[in-house]
Ligand binder design. Structure first.
Ligand code: ZN
Length: 474
């Protein structure tokens, strides 16, 4: 914040005012055209190397991988319900008509994700925490929008293009090369974050298009912001997944969706909010057995149940990890978990239940990308970007304090900043967060190494080793 250039901002805002005047004149002219729904925010899929049919091919491949790792609930009544609700919504999604399919994951964390081509997974936590069908439909419409707008393969296209000269791209994407491309950008489910790593703008698009889909399907679109507000209320007091998830700034999202709902004119006539079927399905979901131990990835299976349990010490042998963003090593008795937007490295027992049914990282390292808001010159310093990230974290986690700010370090040969924070540990007591940030073309790449204060010294060396192993692609 400190190094903002006010002079150039002022010059730009004058020019900005002129642009706005011209734009306003255009809008006023267009507003005379009596077109229904002319005001809803328009979207279209971004640049993509793949065909829509290849989206389905990729999605199916990654879905097989995902389903080997996730505790999928096999209950035909629940699955039929999710699919009939999902397809009713997807029928209102624009562009390609994908063969949407919906499955329930036996995980109490409030999360859902979508693979290219419309393979959508909803955690039981979403249904258990939704007050009515419109709220569940809001989450599903958001995920459907990611598929319709092809956000996953748009990300993969950008990652691939960054590695391959443009001249080669046409020739290499023949009909048989999808597997080869995926292998090159590391797009399996477990280690992959590219297909699920959406930009903040993509999340905004999915929110707004999701609200439009809800409206067009006859649901109360306010179910979506209501669910966001509910998540926000639940994360007060410091739940790690919320504040480091790919869905930051819930306040902004609520405002954005409410703006779109205003453009739609509120709820549609004879709108639907709830159904008897939803209530009966929710009862069934709540009665499902707890997730089985020994599962993987985003399941609750890896969480330790005790709030005082302590994972074993990090091994001094390391294994390597690679995604489109970087390469790094981590202790060979830890696991890597790819989630929507983030990679988490944690020991057995390092992910705990925060007491409200959310998975919280008590021991481990998170790597993620923060989308920086730059000024009008498009420039931002590493210090400013890091401050934005810390503001964002503190906003949703009032207990976060800065212990030691902005020391210059190097990571992967690049200039980086090291900051120490404290927070309430989900295991009780305080925890240390070691935050390291570096500016990359993708945004502000950040590493958060976390352990309870009383145990931090036992993990510090592993954190240091992991950070010094980081290499970025050229
Ligand atoms: Zn999303």
């Amino acid at each position: 914040m400190s190094s903002r250039r006010f002079g150039s901002d002022a010059a730009h805002s004058l020019r900005g005012t002129l642009h706005q005047a011209v734009a306003l004149a255009l809008v006023l002219t267009l507003a005379w055209a009596p077109v229904a729904q002319a005001e809803r925010t328009p979207f279209k899929p971004g640049w993509n190397l793949f065909s829509p049919a290849q989206d389905v091919e990729i999605g199916r491949k990654v879905a097989e991988d995902a389903e080997r790792q996730l505790p999928i609930v096999n209950d035909s009544r629940i699955e039929n319900y999710l699919n009939s609700l999902g397809r009713r919504l997807a029928a209102k999604a624009p562009y390609e008509k994908y063969p949407y399919q919906f499955k329930l994951v036996n995980d109490r964390a409030i999360n859902a994700f979508c693979l290219p081509g419309g393979f959508i997974y909803v955690n039981r936590g979403v249904i258990e925490n939704a007050d009515n069908e419109a709220q569940l439909a809001g989450v599903m419409a958001h995920e459907i929008s990611h598929a319709a707008l092809r956000h996953g393969t748009n990300q993969a296209s950008k990652a691939y293009a960054a590695q391959v000269p443009l001249a080669l791209l046409g020739g290499m994407l023949g009909s048989n090369s999808v597997g080869a491309v995926l292998a090159q950008i590391g797009a399996g489910f477990a280690t992959n974050s590219i297909l699920l790593k959406y930009s903040r703008d993509a999340e905004r698009q999915a929110d707004l298009l999701g609200a439009q889909i809800l409206y067009d399907a006859g649901y109360d679109p306010r179910g979506m912001p209501q669910f966001f507000e509910k998540l926000q209320a639940q994360s007060k007091g410091g739940g790690m997944p919320q504040w480091l998830s790919s869905h930051p700034n819930p306040e902004n999202r609520v405002g954005g969706v409410n703006g779109e709902i205003e453009k739609l004119g509120g709820a549609p006539p004879n709108y639907r909010t709830d159904s008897a079927e939803f209530r009966s399905i929710r009862r069934m979901v709540m009665a499902l057995p707890a997730p089985e131990k020994g599962g993987a990835a985003t399941s609750s299976a890896t969480r330790s149940t005790g709030r005082s349990g302590r994972p074993e010490l990090p091994s001094t042998r390391y294994q390597s990890y690679q995604n489109g963003l970087l390469r790094m090593s981590y202790p060979d008795n830890w696991k890597s978990y790819g989630q929507e937007g983030a990679v988490t490295f944690a020991p057995e027992g390092g992910i705990v239940d925060d007491g409200r049914g959310n998975a919280a990282l008590a021991y481990g390292v998170i790597v993620n990308v923060f989308e920086v808001q730059s000024d009008r010159t498009g420039q931002v310093t590493l210090e400013d970007a890091t401050d934005q990230l810390i503001d964002d974290l503190r906003h949703s986690n009032p207990a976060v304090r800065i212990a030691r700010r902005h020391e210059r370090v190097r990571i992967g040969g690049l200039r980086a900043l090291s900051t120490y924070l404290t927070n309430d540990s989900p295991t009780g007591g305080k925890e240390y967060l070691w935050l390291v940030t570096v500016l990359r073309p993708e945004g502000l790449v950040y590493f958060v190494s976390v352990a309870p204060e009383r145990d931090y010294d036992n993990f510090d060396q592993a954190f240091q080793n992991m950070l010094s192993s980081v290499r970025f692609p050229r």
